[in-house]
Design a protein around this ligand. Structure first.
Ligand code: PEP
Length: 259
């Protein structure tokens, strides 16, 4: 037993316009309330595209919902001539509490390095939000059996020079790339192997208090059918969910893994 609050985070990616976003958040709130969800047993987070955040904020505030929301990426710059970018200040003003960085799709399609990912995490933490730092290996690396070293290398590079206190405030999401959006979930043992190794590395680098309080999520085709088994693993504190977070009922069911 540990005192880390589980987190179910829905990464909507580039899906749903602002009207559909309203609909999904209302449906999710309703499904959770009908089922008697206890938010102290699992925090619920939605991560919509930037253009939906204001709408989500309006629903959450108007209905006084316990659902949290955040962003899928952020700039490392404060303001100015950075066409297309969004600052931490813009996100905090919209009430975002979490920001994802280093998702494999951004690493692959936008060439994001571990150093950039680390700088984004620092920026987000300094702005008072919680970074969700993604890591994960491609299929070739998994096949070569070097996945644990690869993932620890990504995290160590991103968090180089960080204090133990700051690392304790972030969330790490382990997402094997071969399991994202493919329907192929890592087995609970595969996921635990890497999440356990991440916690052991945090213990070695930053000490017991940080290792014991940093939340580590699994992501990659997590769904209602496998969430209980994943959440039963010692070092998995929640999930970063893509496809299954786009349906209110399935995502609500996942948040209620404990029931
Ligand atoms: C993700 O993109 O973070 C993800 C885990 O997607 P899916 O659940 O669809 O595999």
């Amino acid at each position: 037993m540990n005192n880390r609050t589980p987190l179910m985070a829905g990464n909507w990616k580039m899906n749903l316009d602002h009207l559909e976003a309203n609909h999904l958040v209302q449906g999710l709130a309703m499904a959770l309330s009908d089922a008697g969800h206890d938010y102290s047993k699992c925090e619920v987070l939605v991560i919509p595209p930037f253009t939906d955040i204001r709408s989500v904020q309006t629903v959450v505030e108007a209905d006084n919902l316990d659902i949290k929301y955040g962003a899928q990426d952020v700039s490392i710059h404060d303001n100015g001539a950075y066409t297309g970018e969004i600052s931490t200040d813009m996100l905090t003003k919209l009430g975002c509490s979490y920001v994802v960085m280093g998702h494999s799709e951004r690493r692959e399609y936008h060439g994001e390095s571990d150093e950039l990912v680390g700088a984004k995490a620092r920026k987000v933490l300094d702005a008072g939000m919680t970074p969700i730092l993604c890591c994960g290996e491609a299929l070739e690396i998994r096949k070569a059996g070097t996945h644990v070293d690869f993932v620890l290398g990504q995290i160590r590079a991103a968090l180089a020079g960080w204090s133990a206190e700051d690392v304790a405030k972030i969330v790490i999401a382990y997402e094997p790339i071969w399991a994202i959006g493919t329907g192929e979930t890592a087995t609970a043992e595969d996921a635990q192997e890497v999440c356990g190794a991440i916690r052991a590395a945090l213990r070695e680098d930053f000490g017991d208090a940080t290792a014991d309080s940093t939340r580590i999520l699994y992501g990659g085709s997590a769904k209602p059918a496998n969430i209980k088994e994943l959440m039963a693993q010692a070092d998995i504190d929640g999930a970063l969910v893509g496809g299954a977070s786009l349906k209110a009922d399935s995502f609500a069911e996942m948040a209620r893994f404990y029931a």
